[in-house]
Design a protein around this ligand. Structure first.
Ligand code: ADP
Ligand code: MG
Length: 468
């Protein structure tokens, strides 16, 4: 019976949803017109009831007639030291009729504490340190075109944590553009407005480490419970979860629980969800539920105001033309911008020198040189071939297959644009071509990116990947 239901459901919902929500279900028994199915957890059950009750009902009545009943059995581990799994049965006959009243959940274990299986008694009273840095406030986060959307989404979330459609709020952008700062600012502001709320900031790396430790010590459930009682969970640099399937699983679990209970989740990442690699699809689709807001490179005006603000807070005076000189020359990231100004101040006070344009020039030059590694032609070839999922040999080969030719032309185009190499030298490094071929490639890319939308996207994607 269940298999027939599954067939029907599979034909009627998204494959991914089917995989996530129906494959894990185990049919347990069938008595008269009641089918018992086992689901992995309570929120799983809630999710099914909320989103799939109609299709379940239709498929089941097709099989068992109008009086069909569905009974959920929730499988879960006991969290009270007793390793015996216990189950909780929820007769769903009344809910399946789409009535809105709550199900009375009879537990086979009568302890009242087990009524809410997600809360360990006692842990509610444990004070959780938010791990927030008060200096990373909204006040200190200067607004500009590059961050306006992300910043105002952050403010909206802080005003009504869990109460906006920005859940999760995902802030993404390159290194040093303010993701960590903004993530803290949201937490700091929430703590300010809602002192009673439990806020936690944690890097994905630390989260992963904690999880691994918990598993080692057999505390996986405590770990989950700990996170499930948080009101605002802020996880920084989620790209770190790439390839870590165990941690992704547990995070998925926690995320669903928090989200279902109207708790706020804030995430940061160095990439947009579409560009994230080795992150499970089901997790990526959760990331897209809310809002993804990008932090872009700040424009000149914003860079100037960030510098002024920093100097003001540090009580340092600096001539306007020097501020502008620094802001003009350090473009790609705020952390470098701050770094340059700090070393400028340090240099001048150390050598008792006045801050002059010349001093600024030497420092900025050093800074730009030290921090901005020049992109090499090899690196460009690697990025382009990775992007098209081919190897460098293929990219360089003599083949005339269209997509390979295009990849090769893109590599040439970027080599011309981003390095000082001559056309001839580029040609010889990318598959031993001559300078005319490279020139032709550059023109072709120019043309195509103004006429072909797909092609323009290639150029944009690769530009992003290359500009670290
Ligand atoms: P990310 O996490 O994106 O790598 P950070 O949040 O660590 O970047 O930011 C790097 C530095 O730049 C921090 O010192 C931060 O305070 C500063 N910063 C970034 N954006 C802004 C901004 N809009 N206004 C003020 N300071 C900023
Ligand atoms: Mg950061």
């Amino acid at each position: 019976v269940w298999n027939n239901c599954l067939e029907f459901i599979k034909d009627n919902i998204q494959p991914q949803a089917y995989k996530t929500w129906f494959e894990p279900i185990i049919a347990v028994k069938l008595t008269d017109n009641a089918l018992s199915i086992q689901v992995p957890s309570k929120f799983f059950y809630e999710w099914l009831e909320e989103h799939y009750v109609k299709i379940l009902k239709v498929s089941l009545t097709k099989e068992l007639g109008e009086t069909a009943k569905l009974v959920y059995i929730i499988k879960m581990e006991n969290t009270y030291g007793n390793k015996q799994p216990f189950t909780e049965k929820i007769p769903s006959s009344n809910r399946l009729g789409l009535k809105s009243q709550d199900v009375d959940i009879p537990l086979n274990n009568k302890s009242p504490q087990l009524r809410n299986p997600f809360v360990i008694p006692g842990i509610r009273n444990v004070k959780i340190e938010s791990q927030l840095n008060p200096n990373y406030s909204f006040e200190n986060f200067l607004e500009g075109d590059s961050n306006r959307l992300a910043r105002s989404a952050g403010l909206a979330v802080a005003a009504k944590p869990g109460g906006t459609s920005f859940n999760p709020l995902l802030i993404f952008g390159g290194v040093g553009l303010g993701k960590t700062h903004l993530a803290h600012a949201i937490g700091v502001d929430i703590k300010d407005k809602y002192p009673e709320k439990t806020v936690l900031y944690i890097s994905a790396e630390k989260f992963t480490q904690q999880y691994i430790d918990a598993v080692k010590k057999n505390n996986r459930n405590d770990f989950i419970h700990f996170y499930q009682i948080i009101d605002v969970l802020i996880i920084d640099d989620v790209q770190f979860l790439s390839g870590k399937t165990g941690t992704q699983d547990v995070f998925f679990h926690i995320f669903n629980h928090l989200h279902q209970n109207g708790k706020q989740v804030v995430l940061t990442s160095d990439k947009a969800p579409v560009d994230m690699q080795d992150i499970e699809q089901r997790l990526l689709s959760r990331f897209k539920w809310g809002l993804s807001a990008e932090l872009q490179n700040p424009d000149f005006e914003t860079r100037v105001s960030i510098l002024r603000n920093k100097l003001y807070r540090d009580g340092v005076e600096m001539p306007e033309d020097i501020i502008e000189y620094v802001a003009k020359n350090i473009k790609s990231n705020v952390r470098e911008l701050e770094g340059a100004i700090i070393s400028l101040i340090a240099q001048s006070s150390f050598n008792k020198k006045e801050i002059t344009i010349d001093l600024a020039r030497t420092i900025v030059e050093k800074f730009v040189k030290n921090t901005k590694r020049e992109v090499s032609i090899d690196y460009i070839q690697k990025v382009v071939s990775d992007y098209f999922q081919m190897d460098i040999d293929t990219l360089q080969s003599k083949t005339r297959k269209r997509h390979i030719v295009q990849a090769r032309q893109l590599a040439m185009f970027f080599a011309k644009k981003l390095t000082k190499a001559s056309l001839a030298s580029i040609g010889s490094q990318i598959g031993k071509r001559d300078h005319a071929t490279v020139l032709h490639a550059c023109k072709t890319v120019d043309n195509l990116s103004s006429t072909d939308k797909q092609f323009r996207k290639y150029v944009e994607d690769i530009t992003k990947k290359l500009s670290v």
